[in-house]
Design a protein around this ligand. Sequence first.
Ligand code: HAM
Length: 419
Amino acid sequence: MALSGFRDFYPDQCAARNAIFGTWRETARRYGFVEYDGPPLEPLELFTRKSGPEIVGQLYNFKDKGDREVALRPEMTPTLARMVTARHKDFKKPLKWFSIPQVYRYERPQKGRGREHYQFNCDIIGEASLEADVELIALLIDTLRGFGLTEKDFVIRLSDRQFWTDFMDAKAVPEDHRYAFIQAIDKSEREPREKTVEKLGPLADEVFAILADAGSAKSERLDTVETGLRHRGLQDYVKRDYTVVRGLAYYTGVVFEAFDRTGEFRAIAGGGRYDTLLKNLGDVDLPALGFGMGDMVLADLLNAKGLAPAGKTGNGIYLIIADDGYRPQAMRVLTRLRELGPVHYSFTPAKVGKQFQAADELGCCYAVLVDAKIGDDLVQVKNLKTREQLDTPMADIVSAFTKLDQSAPLAPVHPVNPV
Ligand code: HAM
């Protein structure tokens, strides 16, 4: 059994996961983002310095055999910041980068929360304009739309971390109480009101009034972002909501979280601006923003809506060897057939009927029959769906496929040099 909070991916689950990755990659590509990756194991210090206490409490960390304090990445943002600060001069700004890391958090496993998950990360680095915030939120919306979800299914709750920083400045909230203050707002929806009142002290009434009526609190940044999204026709996907402050310590400006409309699930995605992280980490003054979307809540939501993407099981061709004396010739055909797509065959001699049955069980679209009865050097190609068939010289096997009805297409493959 896998460890608690960790998942096995049997082939159908792996296919479903890869279908999600496919939509993630495709949407990122449409926005001109390029893929990067980093190591799953990092120096512990990278996260203790930057992610904030909430994440640090959930770290998988240990001493390696060289006595180094290391941790499995609980999120991608510190790794991205480290990579960009190390080589920022090599890249034209703004950077638009995405990644699909597996990340690890020692949390209590529950619905939508595991100890590992895959997280689609999209980040823009080196752009201070709020147009980048609009673009990033549009990318988040389009990613979810890419799975068939609509404004009836999900909403992006928009907020402004800077609004609360200004609020705390105006009310002279002491520096050492600020993180707890922000956390109290973050948890205010999930905790009893008295508990939040206790944490916020004399400012509680004022904070609750803002949370109850987002329109009463001004944020020019949010006005600009909302206008930008309206120009793109995406206004129905967002809602201003100052309860969103984000658990991570590094956010500075516009922040947001995506939720299903029913409120049944935990956050689907979250992100925002972190304009000071690169400066604090590597002394490189570059503004930045991004989001992370986990695969677990997303898959639960897609299942609930009947939108779970069907994984591809392109089970192309079954090579049927009627007479085992022909196995050497058949192996030559096998190599050629693999220029076209996935090819299966029986590793040991078997009756022809059994081999057709195996083809059926695997969902193969085609069979290629190697049988002395067909004729010298000839093989028979059959479309198992339409029952069409033709005999062809072994040497012409690949071109024979183009003559057959292609209504049951093979999984596309990259071109292979013929043998
Ligand atoms: P986060 O809000 O901690 O942000 O995580 C982003 C998303 O990852 C969540 O909304 C949720 O879908 C998923 N997630 C988080 N923890 C778990 C878990 N234990 N099990 C399953 N899914 C989970 C970040 O990690 C930021 N680094 C995102 C970001 C990128 N900000 C800027 N750039």
